[in-house]
Design a binder for this molecule. Structure first.
Ligand SMILES: Cc1cc2nc3c(=O)[nH]c(=O)nc-3n(C[C@H](O)[C@H](O)[C@H](O)COP(=O)(O)OP(=O)(O)OC[C@H]3O[C@@H](n4cnc5c(N)ncnc54)[C@H](O)[C@@H]3O)c2cc1C
Length: 319
């Protein structure tokens, strides 16, 4: 009896790997949430996991709904992965290098092997641009260099904060941080003309420094020296506002419509401009947050299921 049950689970998993109905590309919060929903809609779902989701960088998140004491990025990903697998989603490691459509199915290629699927959800996220200084990545993991004021500005109340920027985005983030601190400095490392309203910063109570960055020194829980243009200052925290690049090449290859910033344009159901292609999470234009990524994934997964039901004649016909 037990052997038969194991055989049936193995068959189901092999079926999801070799003949998925839905392929999810990316195993961050968006991809894993969609996998849980689609598993519960009883869809054979394969998740391609390119590794190192942005969420895995989060030292401790304090704004995840339902976690009043906070939760680590690794902790939330572990729970989401377990939940998706509980409902039969199969998560396999590897980057999808190419995505095409043959008029009937999407064809995704990975390491020379291909998989076909009726619908694809892109949950591929973005890649952050960190300042080009040794030790920065370790400092991000310790929350001494931060990249998301909406996520953790609250934890900067009253602290001396530096924002590293190279465009108006830096000015906007510095102004945003004034909600939390009256000691906010924008270190603008881009060309001066990249700041369209430097005069505004004084009115907003933000100190402006125009200089290239030389180094960052961190001791215990503090940035003991941020060196720029031959000077050095200590700050409690540094935010990098250098932006991010969306992982949208697969969508571009399919001819999907992208916004000016390279993120995917989607409709209210998270459908992209190519039929059967959906997108959720940071790769879509909007607020880059886990709560947003999971909400978009829920919307996308439900529409994917309903689309496949419609295509299979499993919905009530219009009167
Ligand atoms: C330091 C830091 C702190 C943060 N703090 C918070 C916080 O406190 N609260 C909050 O809500 N948000 C926070 N965020 C933002 C949050 O991490 C993102 O909004 C969230 O991870 C987006 O989820 P996602 O699934 O869209 O993308 P990701 O988590 O980035 O996952 C995308 C996945 O897609 C994979 N992928 C890309 N291309 C391919 C491919 N071709 N084939 C296969 N896989 C591919 C990538 O490898 C990656 O694993 C923080 C981010 C950082 C970096």
């Amino acid at each position: 009896m037990r052997r038969r049950a194991i055989r049936s689970v193995a068959r189901r998993l092999a079926h999801a790997v070799n003949d998925p109905e839905v392929l999810i590309i990316g195993a961050g919060p968006a991809g894993l949430t969609a996998a849980t929903y689609l598993g519960r809609f009883r869809r054979r779902t394969l998740v391609a996991d390119g590794g190192a989701p942005r969420a895995s960088w989060i030292p401790l998140s304090h704004n995840m709904p339902g976690f009043p004491a906070g939760v680590t990025g690794a902790g939330i990903l572990k729970r989401m992965r377990e939940q998706a697998e509980e409902y039969g989603a199969v998560i396999t490691p590897g980057l999808i290098d190419r995505l095409t459509h043959d008029g009937e199915r999407f064809i995704a290629e990975r390491d020379g092997r291909s998989v076909r699927a009726r619908a694809v959800l892109l949950a591929t996220g973005v890649v952050d641009h960190h300042p080009d200084l040794p030790g920065v990545e370790a400092a991000v993991r310790r929350a001494l260099v931060r990249i998301c004021p909406i996520c953790d500005g609250y934890e900067a109340v009253g602290k001396a904060v530096a924002i590293i920027g190279q465009s108006d985005k830096g000015a906007r983030e510095a102004a945003f941080m004034r909600t939390y601190s009256d000691r906010v400095t924008l270190i603008h490392i881009g060309p001066p003309h990249a700041l369209s309203r430097p005069d505004e910063l004084e009115r907003l109570g933000v100190e402006l420094i125009l200089a290239p960055l030389d180094s960052i020194d961190i001791e215990n829980d503090r940035v003991t020296a941020l060196s720029y243009g031959g000077q050095s200052r200590a700050f409690d925290l540094v935010y990098s506002a250098l932006g991010a690049s969306p992982n949208a090449d697969l969508a571009r290859g399919l001819g999907a419509r992208l916004a000016a910033d390279g993120r995917l344009e989607v409709d209210l159901h998270q459908a992209a401009s190519v039929p059967g292609l959906y997108a959720a999470g940071d790769v879509v234009r909007g607020l880059n947050q886990i709560a947003v990524a999971t909400a978009e994934a829920a919307v996308a997964a439900t529409d994917i299921h309903n689309r496949l039901r419609r295509l299979d004649g499993q919905t009530v016909s219009d009167g």
